[in-house]
Ligand binder design. Structure first.
Ligand code: GLU
Length: 557
């Protein structure tokens, strides 16, 4: 058959040559070893927690090696498209520290290797599809979209090796060979009748043989060779993912493709296309599904409905984005945590991220672990930074509390946030803004309440006496030492022991200890049995508030 003539029938429109296109996408001229990575989502309008895994790997590999990380929108399936999803995605990812150097941004496309939206690249795909027809590697199939859908479903089943595969295999193979068989006259007739065609690439593989493929994390794998003809263009001329990503990743000079494991079975297909095109394939990393433990302790996929699956959950619950990012880093590289402990003050981007440290089996999602990481992250932040992020969060998610914060001003809030901050072992009271809100409540009259009762064995007469003595002697100008001496002085007249060592040795001789007396004051002043250093708390809220709370408690008892 005259393939050149066939190609001219199928693609009658004037198209640039493949060389002309190639010339527009020259090698990037990056230093040796610089990675070019991309995130290539379909704009379906939902950002799953799992999406942070490939993107974090993309970002780290590129930026750690002096390379480029770009965002490409794969909108070839318009049925799944959601308006505005791409913009929302860019914004969400930027929130988690993933910034792209090129591609689709919030304000349009940036970079010399575009367009970065597949729907704008139709002509480019046609140029290379046409080349495959000219080389006798691709052929048209004139059929309705329903028929095509059937073919696709059958291919999918074959890929997944579903039960009826063996039974259907022979019949499907026959149908496929029949599709390859046609005459130029038939093509002319179909086109003259205005019929549309899908374009298939001929599979040269033998499904009974294995081909070696390499995944940088999973290592050398053997997958069945591809023996299913590959749909390149659908009947509307729009390419399939298989074809589009091959063309794009080549032209955009991608060195590493990091994507979900659901694409692993298609890898032989993709490598086949790269080889037909005469292009060097990128290196591949397939990321496993994120797992979680269910109540019974068995592993389940983190599904859309699970808490923490939707990235919006994290904003609502007040996780600072850095906490989420560092949590993802701990899941991606098992040695990150150790590095973090040794380098508490360095930005996470200083960590030498390594593909070799990634695990091939799925990461286990664990909210408790996230909370732990979050507490560490927040404890290392400056009070200023915590305040800014917390206040912005409160304005959106805890509006009433933001108004309460306003009553005392920013410096007051920062002095609360500053408690126990700095130094080698900063306090880890809260990891989320929801927890910080709770931490801050006792410091404001509007939200202060006595949340904890005195423990059952507490003698309320003693409490009254201790509080009265405290109120009489409290002087805001005392330093911490003098302040504590006064609390100790309350002890003896009440039969409480001022010295903890002595109390431990001789507990029976006393009604209680200075710790009990402190607790009596603590509950009155903070409403809680547990609080940060009481002296500090009193100095933040001021003498007036301190004493009025103490008196209110005396009256209440
Ligand atoms: N558009 C594909 C998806 O959303 C991209 C896979 C890839 O990264 O190559 O699954």
């Amino acid at each position: 058959m005259d393939y050149k003539y066939l190609a001219s029938l199928l693609f009658p429109q004037p198209l640039p040559s493949a060389d002309e296109i190639e010339a527009k996408y020259p090698p990037r001229g990056l230093p040796e070893g610089a990675a070019v990575t991309r995130f290539a989502p379909s704009p379906t309008g939902y950002v799953h927690f799992g999406g942070l895994f490939p993107t974090t790997v993309d970002e780290r590999l590129a930026h750690q090696s002096g390379g480029v990380c770009y965002l490409r929108i794969e909108d070839t399936d318009s049925r799944r498209e959601v308006k505005g999803a791409a913009e929302a995605l860019v914004k969400t990812l930027a929130h988690y520290g993933i910034k792209f150097d090129e591609g689709v941004t919030e304000t349009g496309e940036v970079g010399a290797y575009g367009p970065y939206t597949q729907s704008k690249r139709a002509e480019i795909y046609h140029v290379f599809a046409k080349r495959l027809v000219e080389e006798g590697r691709a052929y048209p199939v004139f059929s309705t979209d329903e028929e095509l859908e059937e073919i696709k479903t059958a291919d999918k089943k074959a890929e997944l090796k579903s039960v009826d595969w063996e039974v259907d295999a022979g019949a499907r193979r026959e149908a496929m060979l029949a599709r390859r068989n046609f005459t130029i006259e038939q093509v002319e007739q179909e086109l003259a009748a205005g019929h549309k065609f899908a374009l298939f690439a001929i599979a040269e593989g033998d499904g009974t043989r294995k081909r070696k493929v390499t995944d940088l994390v999973r290592g050398a794998l053997e997958l069945p060779e591809n023996d299913e003809d590959i749909v390149l263009l659908k009947s509307d001329g729009i390419p399939t993912y298989h074809f589009a990503h091959v063309v794009d990743d080549h032209l955009m000079r991608t060195t590493h493709v990091i994507r979900g494991e659901e694409w692993l079975p298609s890898l032989p297909k993709h490598l086949q296309l790269f080889s037909y095109m005469g292009w060097k394939p990128p290196k591949y990393i397939h990321i496993s599904q994120i797992m979680r433990l269910d109540e019974g302790g068995s592993k389940k996929k983190l599904s859309k409905r699970d808490m923490g699956a939707n990235l919006d959950d994290y904003s609502r619950l007040g996780y600072c984005p850095l906490a989420v990012t560092e949590y993802v880093m701990t899941l991606l590289n098992s040695n990150f945590e150790e590095w973090r402990a040794q380098n508490p003050d360095k930005p996470y981007t200083d960590f030498p991220f390594s593909v070799k440290k990634m695990s091939a089996s799925g990461c286990l999602f664990d909210l408790h672990k996230l909370d732990d990481v979050a507490k560490n992250v927040v404890s290392r932040m400056t009070a200023e930074d915590v305040y800014e992020q917390f206040y912005a969060w409160a304005k959106e998610y805890a509006y009433d509390f933001a108004s309460v914060v306003d009553t005392m001003g920013a410096d007051y809030a920062k002095s609360i946030i500053n408690i126990g901050r700095g130094g080698k072992k900063p306090r880890r009271d809260y990891g989320t803004w929801v927890e910080l809100q709770s931490f801050m409540k006792p410091f404001y009259d509007e939200t202060f309440e006595v949340e904890n009762d005195y423990p059952e064995n507490t003698d309320l007469h003693d409490v009254r006496a201790a509080l009265s003595a405290f109120a009489e002697t409290y002087d805001e100008d005392d330093d911490a030492g003098a302040w504590f001496e006064k609390i100790k002085a309350i002890c003896a007249p009440l039969g409480y022991c001022a010295d903890m060592k002595e109390y431990k040795a001789n507990a029976d001789a006393y009604r209680g200890s200075v710790a009990d007396v402190s607790m009596m004051i603590r509950v009155a002043v903070t409403g809680r049995l547990n609080s940060p250093d009481l002296y500090t708390v009193m100095h933040i809220i001021g003498a007036e508030r301190t004493l009025s709370r103490v008196r209110a408690m005396i009256n209440k008892l």
